[in-house]
Design a protein around this ligand. Structure first.
Ligand code: G3D
Ligand code: MG
Length: 187
C-alpha cells in the first residue's frame, strides 16, 4: 500500500451577533456566492470546504488536506443550553462583527466568555470585521478591531466583505493553517 495523504476535518464555529454576516461569509467562502435573502431557521447552518494542502503550505507534499466544517448558529437561540452543544469539539473559532454596528464588536467579549466555558483557551481563532463595503456607514475603526483581535489572542484580523468577496478566502484559510500547525502528526 502506498502512502496516502493525511486528511483532516476540523469543526470550526462562526460566532457573533445576528445579521453581522456569518452565513454570508460561509456562503461566499464555500460557494463563491452572495445572496441577499436567507431563510431564518432555528438550529445551525453547516458547510464543508476542502482546503488543499497547496494553499496551506509551500511544503504541500508534507501537509495534509484539510476540510473545514463550518457551523454558524441560525437565528439567535435565547437558551444557552441550545448553544453549548454547538460549541463542543471546535478546533477553530471565527469571531465576526459588523463594522457599521459598534455593539456587535463589544458583544464579541460575551460570545468569547461563553465559548471559553466549552473549548480550551488555546483554540485557534480569527476575527473578521465584516461589511467593509459599507464605507459611509462604517463606525468601527481598524485600530479598534485589531485591539480586540490582540486581546483575544487571535491568529489573524481581517477586514471582510461577504458581499464583494474581499478577504474572505484568506481569513478562513488562515484559520485552517493555524489549526493544522498545532495539530500533532499521527501515523
Ligand atoms: P448572520 O448569519 O450573521 O445573521 P447574514 O448574517 O449572513 O444573514 O447577513 C445579514 C444581512 O447582512 C443580510 O442582509 C446580508 O445580505 C448582509 N450582509 C452580510 N455580509 C455583508 C457584507 O459584507 N456587506 C453588506 N453590504 N451586507 C452584508 P439582509 O438584507 O438579507 O438582511
Ligand atoms: Mg445566519
Amino acid at each position: 500500500m502506498g502512502m496516502s495523504k493525511k486528511s483532516y476535518i476540523f469543526k470550526s464555529i462562526v460566532v457573533g451577533d445576528g445579521a453581522v454576516g456569518k452565513t454570508s461569509l460561509v456562503m461566499m467562502f464555500t460557494e463563491q456566492k452572495f445572496q441577499n435573502q436567507y431563510i431564518m431557521t432555528i438550529g445551525s447552518n453547516f458547510a464543508l470546504k476542502l482546503i488543499p494542502s497547496e494553499i496551506l503550505s509551500t511544503k504541500a507534499k508534507e501537509y495534509p488536506d484539510v476540510r473545514l466544517q463550518l457551523w454558524d448558529l441560525a437565528g439567535q437561540p435565547h437558551f444557552k443550553a441550545v448553544r453549548h452543544p454547538f460549541y463542543k469539539g471546535s478546533s477553530g473559532i471565527i469571531y465576526v462583527y459588523d463594522v457599521t454596528r459598534p455593539d456587535t464588536l463589544e458583544h464579541l467579549n460575551g460570545w468569547r466568555d461563553e465559548i471559553l466555558k466549552q473549548v480550551v483557551p488555546t483554540t485557534p481563532c480569527i476575527v473578521l470585521a465584516n461589511k467593509i463595503d459599507m464605507k459611509n456607514e462604517r463606525k468601527v475603526s481598524e485600530k479598534e478591531g485589531r485591539a480586540l483581535a490582540t486581546a483575544f489572542g487571535a491568529g489573524g484580523y481581517f477586514e471582510t466583505s461577504a458581499k464583494d468577496g474581499v478577504n474572505v478566502n484568506i481569513g478562513f484559510q488562515t484559520l485552517a493553517r493555524l489549526i493544522v500547525d498545532i495539530t500533532p502528526p499521527e501515523d
